[in-house]
Design a protein around this ligand. Structure first.
Ligand SMILES: [Fe+2]
Length: 445
């Protein structure tokens, strides 16, 4: 792997040791406004306490130390048990829904563990070339940093679920839209090279590779994500009360969970309000923002109601990064330059929410599709399965999840800039919606 890499700002290249320090510090910045009591509470089976995240991300690096640092001795068997997430290969572990049932290890002990791991990893990175498996160690540390950035985003979801507007997030004011974006882009089909070719120095997960050809029919895709205003119209038209828009499993979920709107929507005196990190606001006042916290079931129901459908991940990726004039794929919708806050709404923007549609004209794709990177992860209709020719690069990381989940693309306001690529494949179950999930629709031509 490359010995120097982009730093967190995307502006400079740094050593992996410097990147390690930056990424690890970011995690602690995110949790800094929490009170000690906040760190251990688990508000739902699908979320994890902040104390668990800061320990688990350290545990991941400890597995590297155990395997590759000569003479390394385990910090604590109890910690290995509590901070392992789902890795069968790393032994027994606490069940996920029980992460909030223990007050030990304490937050103080977890931070001490974290500091210990940092010292050990940084010592390893001082002279990686002296290690017998230098290449492997460096690529595992890089993977560990991508893993940590995934958990930074999960921390945003989980803190929102725990505290929402009670969390003292360092929120910057949202931008004003620069233009109105509506309509659909019509895109010619044919053979398209889907996925990451693995040729650039930039990191990519194994599940994005290899690049391979898919055939697309001619299609149209929304130039903007579906807005809160659009979704409100679906609700007001009885969308959640009419079985005809829903998949059978979706309709069962609507009835079992009593869904009447996306997560974090509340009905106050007959008016839909949305609770966010910034407080409670009427849905009407946010009608031009992308809708977020919707499940695949809700996205699919809306699309059917609107006479459209969700895009496949091939359609989404072509709309996001294919340059028809040059006949090449770019790294991002706007070209090959790294993401910045003027082109897209990612974690570094500091909005802690979605930005109004039309806020990032410079970030549009060559087809005129806006906000494909950042704001909301966008549901696709594609199943999360391995690409043809897939080779696992790390057991149990991506490869064991290739069943019963759907692909989402594009990153969200909680995704670090360094962590996102157009080829990035996120995946969740069809009913999940505590993450920053939205969508745009497509249709056949
Ligand atoms: Fe993890």
């Amino acid at each position: 792997m490359a010995s120097t890499i982009r730093d967190f700002s995307g502006q400079h290249t740094v050593s992996i040791a410097d990147l390690y320090t930056q990424v690890r510090a970011r995690t602690m910045q995110i949790v800094a406004p929490l009170e000690i009591e906040d760190y251990v509470i688990q508000t739902a089976e699908f979320m994890s306490p902040a104390r668990w995240h800061i320990g688990h991300t350290s545990w991941f690096f400890e597995t590297v130390l155990q395997a590759y640092k000569p003479g390394y001795s385990v910090y604590s068997e109890d910690f290995l048990y509590y901070f392992n997430s789902y890795y069968e290969g790393f032994g027994v572990r606490i069940e996920r829904p029980k992460r909030g049932t223990k007050s030990r290890p304490t937050v103080k002990e977890t931070v001490a563990y974290r500091n210990h791991i940092d010292e050990q990893v940084l010592a390893l990175l001082q002279a990686p070339d002296r290690l017998p498996n230098a290449e492997t160690v460096l690529s595992l540390v890089r993977l560990g940093l991508e893993h940590e950035m995934q958990h930074q985003e999960l921390l945003v979801y989980d803190i929102k679920h725990l505290l929402c507007d009670q969390f003292d997030a360092p929120i910057k004011p949202l931008p004003k839209p620069a233009l109105k974006v509506d309509g659909m882009a019509e895109i010619e089909g044919g053979l398209f090279t889907l996925g990451n070719d693995g040729k650039s120095d930039e990191f990519a997960f194994d599940n994005e590779k290899p690049a391979h050809q898919v055939f697309l029919q001619d299609f149209a895709i929304d130039k903007a994500p579906v807005s809160i205003g659009d979704f409100l119209a679906f609700i007001q038209d009885g969308g959640y009360k009419n079985f005809r828009w829903w998949f059978s499993e979706g309709w069962e979920t609507v009835n079992r969970e009593h869904w009447r709107a996306p997560l974090y929507w509340e009905l106050h005196d007959g008016e839909w309000m949305i609770r966010d990190f910034s407080g409670l606001q009427s849905a009407e006042s946010r009608k031009d923002d992308p809708v977020f916290h919707v499940s695949f079931f809700e996205a699919s129901a809306f699309a059917k109601w609107a006479g459209k459908r969700l895009p496949t991940e091939g359609e989404w990726e072509k709309a996001a990064c294919y340059d028809e004039r040059r006949k090449v794929k770019s790294a991002f919708p706007w070209g090959d330059a790294d993401p910045d806050s003027g082109k897209t709404n990612l974690f570094e923007n500091g909005y802690w929410s979605v930005a109004p549609i039309g806020s990032f004209p410079e970030g549009a794709s060559t087809y005129g599709c806006h906000q494909m990177i950042g704001d909301v992860w966008e549901w696709t209709t594609s199943d999360y399965v391995p690409y043809p020719g897939f080779k696992s690069e790390f057991d149990e990381y991506n490869d064991k999840w290739f069943v019963n989940q759907k692909v989402l693309r594009g990153g969200s306001f909680a995704t670090p800039q360094l962590h996102i690529r157009t080829t990035y494949r996120n995946f969740f179950h069809a009913h999940e919606r505590w993450m920053t999930s939205g969508f745009r629709c497509a249709r056949d031509l």
